[in-house]
Ligand binder design. Structure first.
Ligand SMILES: C[S@@+](CC[C@H](N)C(=O)[O-])C[C@H]1O[C@@H](n2cnc3c(N)ncnc32)[C@H](O)[C@@H]1O
Length: 251
């Protein structure tokens, strides 16, 4: 689709009252175009190694797991750690190795077909290919209590029901495991509710992690209830929330 037609459609999503799923589909065209340009600029290279350091990290199968994520796994005794990256995009940002463990990383994204075309087009391939799936549907893809850590960066607020996505992430992590969320504060407000940007992640007056759209606001701490502990902090433009799923066997 021509760039001008795509941007006109995208602008319309700001003003028309359409269901989230319709705006999501228009936004998806823009997301794919973004990655096409981004991969061409930062990932593609003539010798197979991207010049950009962030891109190099993402395509490196031996890149270490980020310290703040590794710190959530210090109690894990299992030799294999199961990690989930939700809304991973074409190249998961998560490190792929952790000292003392074998890392089993599963990446999930709803735009995998388009991303597969981009790998071929730019001749650059991720060490872990995302599988097709949405945050809202994780329980149809994975068993409950399965992952040691589920991570989502800058993506659940691009979905059509991030409240459900967070609940699904909590379900698929093991008791004692963690959900790690990193999203720009109030991204939908900032983007004028355009395309995929229909949801705001923020803290309410009591400092509770909250998800809102134009019509409602949900206190996620209350919604998730007493079986988890939710901690949030802001770092620059981003809200970082860590949800610890209690292990009911330990009292
Ligand atoms: C800005 S990209 C971020 C990708 C990656 N997390 C990163 O940090 O590079 C947003 C991603 O969210 C994905 N996304 C959109 N709707 C989603 C949903 N309902 N569930 C999971 N991911 C979704 C998009 O396909 C896209 O790959």
């Amino acid at each position: 689709m021509k760039r001008t037609l795509r941007s006109s459609l995208l602008r319309l999503t700001k003003y028309l009252s359409l269901p989230h799923k319709v705006k999501w589909k228009v936004g998806a065209l823009d997301e794919i175009a973004f990655w096409d340009d981004h991969i061409a600029k930062y990932y593609a290279s003539t010798d197979g190694v991207p010049k950009d350091a962030n891109a190099r990290f993402r395509v490196d199968p031996s890149a270490p797991l980020q310290k703040e994520l590794a710190d959530l796994l210090t109690d894990v005794r299992d030799p294999v750690v199961r990690l989930l990256d939700v809304g991973a995009g074409p190249f998961s940002r998560m490190g792929k190795t952790l000292a003392g463990h074998t890392v089993e990383l599963t990446a999930v994204d709803p735009l995998t077909t388009a991303y597969a075309r981009l790998y071929e087009k730019h001749n650059v391939f991720p060490p872990v290919r995302p599988m097709e799936g949405r945050g809202e549907d994780l329980r149809s893809l994975f068993p409950a209590d399965h992952f040691h850590l589920a991570h989502a960066n800058n993506c659940l607020d691009h979905g059509y029901d991030p409240i459900r996505s967070v609940q699904q992430m909590v379900e698929v992590v093991r008791p004692g495991g963690h959900v790690y969320l990193r999203h720009e504060v109030n991204v939908a407000q900032g983007a004028g509710y355009m395309g995929m940007h229909q949801w705001n992640f923020h803290l309410d007056d009591q400092g509770n992690f909250t998800i809102s759209d134009k019509h409602r606001s949900v206190d996620m701490v209350r919604l998730l209830g007493p079986d988890v502990t939710v901690t949030s902090r802001t770092e620059g433009l981003f809200l970082i929330t860590v949800i610890h799923k209690h292990d009911q066997r330990i009292n």
